[in-house]
Design a protein around this ligand. Structure first.
Ligand SMILES: Nc1ncnc2c1ncn2[C@@H]1O[C@H](COP(=O)(O)OP(=O)(O)OP(=O)(O)O)[C@@H](O)[C@H]1O
Length: 728
């Protein structure tokens, strides 16, 4: 039952003679259907069948439309139950509940229905409770048995309602989480010109985004779906039970009941700590601790080489202690609060309840004194009297107990609301930060017939905090250290295809920074402009630190393409093998168990192998221009040379950032950054091929002679020792 398009794609994989069963399964796992509306349907093998998961990315228009609902809030804002909280909550809810006919709304309606049903059933149970006890007091066996039968009948919908409420609440939370996570991911993992995942820390000062997305969204959804039931149910209970009670309590009793509510609210408000702020701080500390743990996992080898386990442990321990201290202080603050809460709800309310129940009891007795003396069967009248009074008492007492319970829940809900305010602020901060990050100025596209990479009068400078964020942080702009510093001033060059540029200069002068401006990661400053062929087929960058993606061996070569894109491109394993041969990695598929092997490639491959894989990606994508940022520094010189020659033979124009003079021979222009603090630069032609070869030969011979210096020095030392021994 596979769709036709998918079958065709699978066949294209299967058409290859070397395809294995495992590969087919792999292909199936990664195949998706492109829907006409631009969304995708992933096909996921599940329990022997194929489950379809529709993925609808949030459209840029709706992202832009939502942006106005997320103005920045000053960082000094403390979460509390105020207008800002409501505004933030509604802005987030618009994402979680996109329309009134969404599935979420349907769940909410059924959830509300069961909540109301439970309250109605509770009133029924209270009445029935009174009736059963009345029949018991009256020794009415038939009535008692009837009551008992009804009791069990009522128990069925009551218990079902309870489990449905819990189920729907969990389901609602999960659906909201999915919506919010997808929305946040669409916003966060945005492509150029936004690149929010790259810029959010540097330009907006927001750290630990992983905690926001993986932890806080879930906690927010749990809190929100919980709060709905926790507020709606006790509020309903309060209204319904009060109206029920007021029938037997009369005006005086009802007035007292309201006085009781008022006093309770006053007392508890006075003793409630700022739970919202505490929750927000807890989430932040949790994020810091988690980030620390993640860092050690990621960089475990480096830490192990340095033997830095103890140091890392003390750093993590400090982060953990900060978190625990905070959580402990919350617990301490809670003691006083919960003590007051218990006292008020359990004892004050019960005492008030006894007084209230006594009103109808005493009132009824006085009223019925005359009736008792005049009735035909005084003892029967008295029995009924007691039975009725007991019924009123039991029903009222149950209602009052439920009322106390509802009151308690409302008080808890108040605390939960404050915690929700804290989580709302966290989530709002994330969303508003992502929404308010201004897009990078787009590089100009160079004309298609003449592809050039050109910089015109560009200042290469470390990005500053965006002004909106600096204002929100209420500090001077540039919280990042050294941000705004101009590294290279007024840089201009134009590189046509076939010209090859080498950028050199000592460490930290801003060579990679130039690559960032060329790639569009940093904005060109000083009013200058960048033009280049767009897309990864235009300019492809291989960064200094090798990056290995989660996935198969094949995924490493084709990154950032996906398997279906590979299948659609018409490329085959044979071509991939040729690429691996060009980078001296032809042994990898056999060594690692085939193209579809999944491993933690970051750890499996050596430093040099990872760098060669970077070059394999260049050969796979065959861009017009490739920026190679010291990406062959761990590769042996001979293999490096062959890779450069191969790149040039494929017609790829190279922009190399390197400190190795031996690489100069593959380039025609040399950009040097002296790094004297003035931002100066020089651009020179490297000369004809013959001149370059001469230079190269001289460099090689000098390098050889320099390598011998140590030997000469040792020999000199030996001779000196020999001489002094002879003289002695
Ligand atoms: N996000 C950042 N925040 C602050 N400073 C930065 C940031 N990124 C880079 N810098 C600074 O900009 C300067 C240039 O960095 P860049 O990475 O371009 O150096 P480089 O010339 O490529 O050096 P190397 O040869 O060591 O790779 C450095 O002093 C660095 O500290």
């Amino acid at each position: 039952d596979l769709p036709k398009g998918v079958l065709a794609r699978l066949r294209s994989v299967a058409a290859r003679p070397d395809v294995s069963q495992e590969e087919l399964a792999q292909a199936l796992q990664q195949v998706y259907i492109d829907e006409p509306d631009g969304s995708k349907t992933l096909l996921v093998p599940y329990k022997g069948r194929i489950s379809k998961v529709p993925i609808k990315p949030t459209s840029p228009a709706s992202l832009a439309g939502n942006a106005k609902r997320f103005p920045l809030v000053p960082t000094s804002h403390k979460p509390s139950l105020d207008k800002t909280f409501l505004r933030q909550l509604f802005a987030i809810m618009r994402i979680a509940f996109p329309s009134w006919h969404s599935k979420e709304s349907l769940i909410l309606v059924s959830h509300s229905f069961f909540l109301v049903l439970r309250t109605v059933l509770s009133v029924g149970v209270a009445r029935l409770d009174g009736r059963i006890v009345r029949d018991l007091v009256k020794a009415d066996g038939v009535g008692f048995l009837k009551g008992l039968g009804l009791w069990f009948l009522l128990a069925i919908p009551s218990t079902y309602t309870n489990s449905m409420i819990r189920h729907l609440q969990a389901k609602l939370s999960l659906r909201m989480r999915t919506r919010l996570t997808r929305y946040t991911d669409d916003l966060y993992l945005s492509s150029a010109p936004d690149l929010r995942y790259y810029r959010v820390a540097m330009e907006a000062g927001l750290d630990d985004v992983d905690q926001y997305i993986t932890g806080d969204i879930g906690a927010f959804c749990d809190a929100l779906s919980g709060i709905y039931g926790n507020v709606l149910k006790p509020s309903l209970d309060l209204v319904l039970f009060t109206s029920q009670l007021s029938r037997s309590l009369g005006i005086r009793g009802t007035a007292m009941l309201f006085l009781n509510y008022y006093l309770t609210a006053k007392i508890l408000r006075a003793v409630t700590p700022a739970f919202g702020r505490l929750a927000a701080v807890e989430a932040r500390l949790e994020g810091e601790y988690r980030a620390g743990m993640g860092r050690v996992g990621r960089e475990s080898e480096e830490v192990a080489f340095y033997g830095g386990g103890l140091q890392e442990r003390s750093i993590l321990w400090r982060a953990y202690l900060r978190l625990i201290k905070h959580v402990n202080s919350i617990y301490k603050i809670r003691i006083a609060y919960e003590w007051t809460e218990d006292f008020v709800i359990k004892y004050l309310w019960s005492a008030a309840g006894y007084c209230l129940i006594s009103i109808p009891v005493f009132f009824t007795r006085r009223r019925h004194v005359g009736v008792q003396t005049q009735g035909p069967k005084p003892h029967e009248g008295a029995d009924n009297e007691v039975a009725n009074r007991t019924e009123t008492y039991i029903s009222s007492r149950r209602l009052l107990l439920s009322l106390a319970d509802a009151g308690g829940r409302l008080m808890y809900a108040y605390k939960d609301l404050l915690e929700l305010a804290g989580l709302t602020t966290r989530l709002y901060t994330l969303l508003s930060t992502l929404h308010n990050l201004p897009p990078l100025p787009a590089p100009l596209a160079s004309s298609s017939d003449k592809a050039v990479v050109a910089l015109r009068n560009v200042d290469v400078a470390i990005p500053t905090t965006a002004p909106a964020f600096a204002a929100a942080a209420e500090s001077e702009s540039g919280s990042g250290k050294g941000s705004g510093t101009v590294l290279v001033r007024g840089l201009s060059f134009e590189l046509e295809q076939g010209e090859h540029l080498m950028i050199t200069g000592s460490n930290g002068v801003g060579k990679t920074a130039i690559a960032r401006v060329l790639a569009g990661l940093w904005a060109a400053q000083g009013g200058g402009a960048v033009s280049r062929p767009l897309g990864k087929s235009g300019v492809f960058v291989v960064p200094q630190r090798a990056y290995m993606v989660t996935g198969t061996l094949l995924d490493q070569i084709i990154y950032p393409d996906t398997y279906p894109q590979f299948a659609a491109s018409g490329n085959t394993h044979k071509e991939l093998m040729e690429i691996l041969t060009a980078v001296n990695l032809a042994y990898l598929p056999a060594r690692e168990g085939g193209w579809t092997t999944r491993k933690e490639w970051r750890d499996v491959l050596s430093g040099g192998e990872k760098q060669r894989m970077g070059m394999a990606r260049v050969f796979y994508h065959r861009p017009k221009f490739a920026i190679l940022d010291e990406c062959t520094s761990a590769v042996s010189s001979d293999v490096e040379g062959r890779m450069y020659e191969h790149a040039k033979s494929l017609g790829i124009t190279l922009i190399t950032i390197s400190l190795r003079p031996t690489l100069m021979r593959y380039h025609t222009q040399l950009l040097t950054i002296p790094g004297d603090g003035t931002g100066r630069w020089t651009l020179k032609r490297i000369g004809t091929a013959e001149e370059r070869m001469d230079l190269d030969r001289e460099i090689v011979s000098l390098e050889h002679r320099l390598a011998e210096v140590a030997q000469w020095e040792t020999r000199l030392g030996e001779l000196e020792r020999l001489l002094s021994a002879q003289e002695a």
